[in-house]
Design a protein around this ligand. Structure first.
Ligand code: ADP
Ligand code: MG
Length: 358
């Protein structure tokens, strides 16, 4: 006779909800995935609308290449993606933001998900069946509830309602509406600044938080997101490898604020490596080193800085939730960022001259 065991297999539903918790921690993580999908779909307009910090509703509408009915059905299945074929594509370096093929599936397993989509008339995925109607797919707690033809413009609208309605523990863990909204705002801001050629807007509880024009210049995007006072205090940073101390960075460019325009939060440091939003101690220390004593203790400037680096010099942790990066040579990166930002501040007479440091 075999002994009784208390070890048993989890049912599929439970497994999916546990996995969802890994990818979707809070409304902002769902927003991140949806905005990345819109960018990957070549959108020139992305409208993010949320209610109650994103806990009641997240809607991301884009004018990207859209999906056919077959695409839609496939998109919500687990590990389905149109973006890579296999490991070789990963090793050769992927250009798209997503590729795991799990975001829609996992978001849909912990919410009521509605996707309306219509392929662009010029899109190759539309094939010969370019049509003037789209498709609406409703997905609830991991099951396809309905798939119907629907009138909708070209592009895609994804609505995530009642996030975590079927995972009460996770729902309880959410912070106040204000905190969840702040996280969403941070995510959308980061993408808006990194993609000034895309018109990105954020609306919370019926109030427009910001809207960029999509005109393509970083200064304009900063103006839309942070307002006139901050935008008018920004100065350009532009340094190529030959103007930088030795190190892996090929260029450092972007905008940094006058020292007097500062806040008590790191939130306004937006830094990117090869176009991806990242955080890095080396980059932050480089920036803060350049400002030196011009900033009071615990004060941070507004910074939107893009670093270009050869792919093999950086360890971008590909876990969807982590943005922290490490460089093979963090010290060199710190010195390079420091030098680039310092040169810009000096050029604008914003630093008291100081002795060179080692
Ligand atoms: P991944 O982005 O990793 O491929 P997702 O679950 O986020 O996985 O999306 C699955 C697939 O659905 C994508 O590969 C893409 O083909 C399609 N898709 C998702 N969102 C959009 C969108 N906004 N526009 C067009 N296609 C989309
Ligand atoms: Mg994705």
């Amino acid at each position: 006779m075999t002994a009784e065991t208390t070890i048993h297999e989890l049912d599929e539903d439970t497994v999916a909800r546990i996995a969802a918790g890994e990818v979707v921690e809070r409304p902002a993580s769902a927003v991140k995935e949806l905005v990345e999908n819109s960018l990957d779909a070549d959108a020139s307009r992305i409208e993010v609308t949320i209610e109650a910090g994103g806990t009641d509703l997240i809607r991301v509408a884009d004018d990207g290449y859209g999906m056919t009915e077959a695409d839609l059905r496939a998109a919500v299945r687990q590990h389905t993606t149109s973006k890579i074929d296999g490991l070789e594509d990963l090793e050769s370096g992927v250009a798209t933001l997503g590729f795991r093929g799990e975001a829609l599936h996992t978001i849909g397993s912990v919410s009521r998900l509605t996707i309306r989509s219509r392929p662009r008339a010029d899109s190759s995925t539309a094939g010969s069946e370019a049509s003037d109607v789209g498709t609406e797919l409703v997905y609830e707690g991991g099951d396809v509830v309905s798939v119907e033809p629907a009138g909708c413009p070209e592009g895609t609208v994804v609505e995530v309602a009642d996030l975590f309605y079927n995972t009460p523990a996770r729902r309880k863990f959410l912070k106040t509406t204000a905190t969840e909204f702040a996280h969403v705002n941070r995510v959308v801001t980061r993408y808006a600044l990194a993609n000034p050629e895309v018109a990105v807007s954020l609306t919370h509880d019926g109030r427009e938080v910001f809207a960029t024009t999509g005109q393509g210049d970083l200064q304009g995007a900063v103006l839309s997101v942070y307002g006139r006072d901050v935008a008018s205090s920004m100065i350009p940073v532009e340094a190529d490898a030959d103007e930088l101390p030795p190190g892996p960075l090929e260029s450092v460019s972007g905008l940094v604020s006058h020292p007097e325009t500062n806040r008590s939060s790191r939130e306004y440091l937006s830094t990117y490596v090869n176009g991806r939003a990242v955080t890095s101690d080396a980059i932050r220390e480089g920036i803060m080193g350049a400002y030196g004593t011009q900033l009071g203790g615990d004060r941070y400037p507004f910074v939107t800085l893009f670093l270009a680096v050869p792919g093999d010099a950086v360890d971008v942790n590909v876990h969807p939730r982590k943005r922290e990066v490490r460089f093979d040579d963090d010290d060199a990166v710190r010195r390079q960022v420091d030098a680039a930002v310092e040169a810009a501040l000096l050029e604008h007479g914003l630093l008291r001259s100081r002795a060179p440091r080692g």
